[in-house]
Design a protein around this ligand. Structure first.
Ligand SMILES: Nc1ncnc2c1ncn2[C@@H]1O[C@H](COP(=O)(O)OP(=O)(O)OP(=O)(O)O)[C@@H](O)[C@H]1O
Ligand SMILES: [Mg+2]
Length: 360
C-alpha cells in the first residue's frame, strides 16, 4: 500500500472456522496486532469442498472486519486451506545440478501422486543440512490439487483480498511451533482440530512426514453423546469441562472417549515405529522421536497430554505457538488466552510467513 508498510495477515480456513492473525514488527520484536475467529456453519464447506460460495465470501469479509485489536487495513494474506489431499514428501535424489532439479521433481511427482502434473500446484525446497551423504539431495516437495485451490482463490478474491501465497497447513503449524525452524531432536506434532487430526514429524530443519489421522474432536463428542445418551451440545460441554478427568461424572466421560483415544495411540505408535525404522531417519542424528507437541483446539482437553504420555512412553506436552513471536519473557502477552492460542497455531504460523514475505 501507499504509505503504510507492506504487511500480510494469516488466514486459516477450515471446514468449520476462519481464523485470522496479523503480526507486526515494532522496535525489533513482533507483536500480535489483530486476531479473530469466525465460526462457519455446517454445510458451507464439506470436507474442503465449498458448497455455499456466497455465504463463505460473506463470512470471510465479516471475519476480517470483526477482528480484535487493530483494524485490518491490508488486503494481503497468506492462506491455508482445509486440505486433506495435500501431498508433502521428502524426496531423496542423487546429487544433480540445480537446474536439473525441477525436471527430477516432476518425475517424482508423476510417479507418486494420482493426479496429473497439469492439475496440481507444487513447490519444493532443498533441505541441505540433512544430507545423509555428499551424494544425496533431500528435497521437500509440497503439492496441492488445482481443483482444490482454485475455488478458494476465487472466493478469497471476491471477498476483496489478495492472497500472496497458499501454505500447506502442517508447514504453517511447524513455523509456529518449532523454535527458529530447527531441532536437533526428532519431534512429532499432532494438530487436533474439529474435523481432523494431523500428524507431522519434524527433525533438524525440515518436515519429514505428514499424515492425517482418523480420530477427531467431532468423533469424541459423538462417542460421549452415544455413551451417556445425551445430545451433541451437552456432550461437547462435557468434553470441555470434564475432559479425561476420571474423578468427575463417575469416570463416564473418560470411559466414553477411551476406546477412540486408544485407537489414536495405536495410530501414533505406528508412525513412530515407521519413522524410526525407515531410511528417512538420518544417521548421525538422534533418530528417536524425543517428544510430541500437541496443538489445535483439541489439545486443550484436560488430561490428554498425560494420557498420551503414559501410553506412548514418549513425553507429550502442549506446544507453544509463541516461540517464534516472543523472544524474551518481557515481551507483552497478547489479549488472547493461551488455550485459545493453541487453536490459532496455524494462523500464527501463516502470520509469521506474512512477516517474512514482507521482507522479500
Ligand atoms: N477445552 C477444550 N477441551 C476439549 N476440547 C476442546 C477444548 N477447546 C477446544 N476443543 C476442541 O477443539 C476443536 C476446535 O479446534 P480447532 O480450532 O483447532 O479446529 P479447526 O482448526 O477449526 O478445525 P480443523 O483443523 O479440523 O479444520 C473443537 O472441535 C473442540 O472440540
Ligand atoms: Mg485447524
Amino acid at each position: 500500500m501507499f504509505f503504510s508498510k507492506f504487511s500480510a495477515f494469516g488466514l486459516d480456513l477450515s471446514d468449520l472456522s476462519i481464523k485470522i492473525a496479523l503480526l507486526k514488527e515494532a522496535g525489533g520484536h513482533l507483536e500480535l496486532v489483530s486476531f479473530g475467529r469466525q465460526e462457519i456453519p455446517e454445510n458451507v464447506i464439506e470436507r474442503g469442498v465449498i458448497k455455499k460460495e456466497d455465504e463463505l465470501i460473506a463470512l470471510i469479509k465479516r471475519a476480517v472486519d470483526e477482528v480484535q485489536g487493530q483494524k485490518i487495513k491490508t488486503q494481503h494474506c497468506i492462506v491455508s486451506l482445509p486440505e486433506t489431499e495435500s501431498y508433502i514428501r521428502m524426496v531423496q535424489l542423487p546429487k544433480i545440478k540445480n537446474e536439473e532439479i525441477p525436471e527430477a521433481i516432476k518425475w517424482e511427482l508423476e510417479a507418486n501422486i494420482p493426479i496429473a502434473l497439469d492439475d496440481i500446484y507444487f513447490d519444493w525446497q532443498v533441505i541441505d543440512k540433512t544430507s545423509v551423504s555428499e551424494n544425496q539431495l533431500n528435497i521437500l516437495v509440497g503439492a496441492l490439487p488445482k481443483a482444490l485451490v482454485d475455488p478458494y482463490l476465487s472466493v478469497i478474491k471476491k471477498a476483496g483480498l489478495k492472497p500472496l501465497a497458499f501454505e500447506i497447513e502442517s508447514v504453517a503449524t511447524v513455523q509456529a511451533l518449532i523454535k527458529d525452524g530447527t531441532s536437533q531432536e526428532a519431534i512429532m506434532i499432532i494438530d487436533l482440530g474439529a474435523k481432523k487430526t494431523t500428524l507431522v514429524i519434524f527433525a533438524q530443519n525440515s518436515i519429514w512426514l505428514t499424515t492425517g489421522l482418523s480420530v477427531s474432536s467431532a468423533e469424541l463428542i459423538y462417542d460421549i453423546a452415544k455413551f451417556l445418551k445425551i445430545d451433541q451440545k451437552k456432550a461437547k460441554n462435557l468434553k470441555f469441562k470434564v475432559g479425561l478427568d476420571q474423578e468427575e461424572e463417575q469416570g463416564k466421560v473418560y470411559q466414553a472417549m477411551e476406546p477412540r483415544l486408544v485407537e489414536l495411540v495405536n495410530e501414533i505408535n505406528k508412525y513412530i515405529d515407521y519413522y524410526q525404522a525407515s531410511k528417512i531417519a538420518k544417521p548421525g542424528s538422534r533418530q528417536n522421536i524425543s517428544k510430541i507437541l500437541l496443538c489445535g483446539g483439541g489439545a486443550n482437553m484436560k488430561g490428554l497430554s498425560a494420557f498420551l504420555s503414559a501410553r506412548l512412553k514418549v513425553q507429550v506436552s502442549v506446544g507453544n505457538p509463541w516461540v517464534n513471536i516472543f523472544t524474551s519473557s518481557s515481551d507483552e502477552l497478547p489479549e488472547i488466552a493461551f488455550g485459545d492460542s493453541l487453536s490459532f497455531t496455524t494462523a500464527l504460523g501463516l502470520a509469521l510467513r506474512g512477516i517474512s514475505e514482507s521482507k522479500k
